[in-house]
Design a protein around this ligand. Structure first.
Ligand code: DLL
Length: 435
């Protein structure tokens, strides 16, 4: 099933025409309404008139997460606050989050692109869809929610956690679709088995999985364990949230909603466009957004693009699996975590040395997150209570900065291995990115 056949199956030539018109309009919009963009363009010696064709896009400066941080919270809005009807946020590299503002029209674009995703998965009006992405500042819950409402399905807004209840309602309400992170899907699969309810009593058929990297091997495991078809759902807060791209029934690449989000692939070191089909860093320009349009936003996600027509009939470009990131962002239980956030918390506590080690693993399909940190000589004590109190304070502080409570292990001074060169402070044992 195709939600918007005109847009999803349009000839490449017509798509480029539409993208060109929309890009030019967006460049005008940010130039006139957003001071930082105008300054950037002036520094680059260009005006909106210099962007006449899609190929001219390379003249535009890039935008990065750092820009969102520098202009925190509202400096990159292109409309007055009175036009904004929703704010969402995700982790930044420091304690401050990345903030995104949506106008009413932006929310309807989000609904439209989300509807394309959930329709492509085979879900429709008749289906109950359980949304088990977190609701709140994170775009997962509300994004998937709005997608299901747009296709007319019955949305079950579970949010994350409370696994027993998730299983009970999935069963009792006859959920056909499930939207959550792939790792939570595997966790739910085990919990369903433990619940003792026979698989035949569940109606579940389709999963919309994303927000974190996953592999083909994980897809096979989810499909086998849950007895469903597992589809990729891609997105990022800065661009809109979930709904930037989706797989179709052929599960052969993630179709991008490129009439709204224009993609490029560039060399992550030089920023130059790579040859067609080559791997590189994915860059998006939002070409219909009003609230906070972003031009040439560097996602740091590594992938490639395939412009051939898909067996499903869609002509929209397909993105390969995300093969890695070209920064050090970790995604733990669906939450974006930067080692720099952990470091900033450690450095602000006088009892701690700036020596730490982060270890991430996956046990029983759930991410584990351990931080070992050295306590200063003068604070290192045999008094259990004092150490326990210190540990509690660190966990509390980390929880408020990154939104996760890691397992913090306090270790003796000088017990963490020092490096001769570039410090290695992270060991991610989950190994997603098998090339
Ligand atoms: O994770 C939005 C989302 C919610 C997407 C629910 C899909 C489903 P952020 O928290 O800003 O937004 O994280 C964005 O997550 O740059 C990728 O590195 C990673 N990511 C998101 N979807 C996928 C996916 C949401 N399907 C960052 N496969 C992105 C691999 C993904 N990585």
């Amino acid at each position: 099933m195709i939600w918007n056949e005109t847009m999803e199956c349009m000839s490449r030539k017509d798509m480029r025409k539409i993208q060109e018109i929309r890009l030019k309009k967006t460049v005008e919009r940010v130039y006139h309404n957003c001071e930082p963009y105008r300054k950037r363009m002036q520094e680059a010696g260009i005006t909106p008139g210099d962007i006449q064709t899609l190929d001219d896009i390379v003249k535009l400066p890039f935008t990065s997460k750092k820009d969102l941080r520098d202009y925190y919270p509202f400096g990159l809005l292109s409309v007055p606050m009175s036009e904004i009807v929703r704010l969402q946020a995700s982790s930044g590299t420091t304690g401050k989050p990345i903030v995104v503002g949506y106008t009413r029209k932006d929310l309807s674009v989000w609904g439209e692109t989300g509807a394309r995703c959930f329709t492509a998965y085979g879900l429709g009006k008749q289906d109950v869809v359980q949304v088990s992405y977190g609701y709140g500042l994170f775009t997962g819950g509300l994004g998937a929610h709005c997608a299901v409402e747009t296709i007319g399905g019955a949305v079950l807004p579970m949010s994350s956690g409370n696994t027993e209840k998730q299983i009970m309602l999935m069963h009792d309400f006859g959920a056909v679709g499930l939207a959550c992170t792939p790792s939570y899907a595997l966790y739910l699969a085990d919990a369903m088995k433990d619940s003792g309810i026979p698989r035949e009593e569940f109606k579940l058929k389709i999963g919309a999985f994303g927000a974190e990297p996953w592999t083909e091997a994980m897809r096979v495991e989810i499909q086998e364990k849950l007895g469903i078809k597992a589809y990729d759902l891609y997105g990022l807060t800065e661009i809109i949230g979930p709904g930037v791209g989706h797989e179709c029934e052929f599960q052969n690449g993630t179709h991008l909603c490129e009439d709204h989000f224009y993609p490029e692939i560039v060399d992550p070191d030089t920023g130059e466009p790579v040859a067609p089909g080559e791997m590189g860093e994915l860059v998006f320009s939002t070409i219909t957004k009003e609230g906070m349009p972003l031009l040439r936003f560097r996602t740091r996600d590594l992938t490639s693009l395939n412009y051939s027509v898909c067996e499903c009939g869609r002509t929209s470009v397909r993105m390969g699996r995300i093969l890695g990131r070209c920064d050090d962002m970790l995604i733990i239980r669906g939450v974006n975590v930067f080692p720099s956030q952990v470091e900033s918390v450690i450095c602000e506590m006088p009892e701690l040395e700036p020596h730490y080690f982060i270890e991430v693993d996956r046990v029983n399909n759930l991410d584990t997150f351990e931080i070992r940190v050295e306590v200063k000589e003068e604070f290192y004590t045999d008094e259990m209570n004092r150490l326990l109190d210190l540990r509690k304070r660190i966990v509390h502080r980390l929880q408020s900065v990154i939104g996760l409570s890691p397992d913090v292990k306090l270790v003796e001074p000088r017990s963490i291995e020092r490096s001769q060169g570039k410090a290695k402070r992270v060991n991610d044992k989950r190994n997603f990115y098998e090339l």
